[in-house]
Each structure stands twice: as C-alpha cells, then as structure tokens.
Design a binder for this molecule. Structure first.
Ligand code: SF4
Length: 82
C-alpha cells in the first residue's frame, strides 16, 4: 500500500501526522509533505485512520501493484479513498 498526499488539497490541519507520525511528516508550515509514502506491513490500519480523518480528503491510499508471479498477490489496485 502507498499513502499519497495531494499537496494541492492539503490545508495543514495536521491530523495525519498526529494520528500516524510514522507515516506522515509536516513541512515547516505545518502542511503534510506531499508525494507517495510506502506503508509498511502492519501499518495499513493506521494509514486508513489518517486518510479517513483528513478533512480535505487529501490522502489517497493505493493498493500494491499485482505481482503476476505471485498467486497471493492482490489483483485490485484501485485507489482507496475512505
Ligand atoms: S490531515 Fe489532510 S489536510 Fe491535514 S495535514 Fe494531513 S493531509 Fe493535510
């Protein structure tokens, strides 16, 4: 899973890095640092909580790309937008 922060939507409420400080960082102005952030295994729930609590819907969760050689690999890579 990847947590993708859209800097054009972020208004710096700070909920994401307060709820999931291991996944999100603030810049000097309090905005969440944009871009893609890999979500370590076991941290998916925390990423979902942060995304669900972003008042600007600036966090999108992207499921991992499918691995065609792995039968256990997810086949659905749609973006999650809680
Ligand atoms: S919770 Fe949303 S609006 Fe607030 S800092 Fe994080 S990404 Fe930005």
């Amino acid at each position: 899973m990847i947590a993708r922060v859209d800097p054009a939507r972020c208004t710096g409420h700070g909920r994401c890095y307060m709820l999931a400080p291991d996944l999100f960082d603030a810049d000097d102005d309090g905005y969440s640092v944009g871009g893609d952030r890999p979500v370590p295994e076991g941290m998916e729930r925390r990423a979902r909580i942060a995304a669900a609590n972003c008042p600007e819907s600036a966090i999108h969760l992207v499921l991992d790309e499918p691995d065609p050689t792995d039968p256990q690999s997810p086949t659905d890579t749609r973006e999650e937008n809680p």
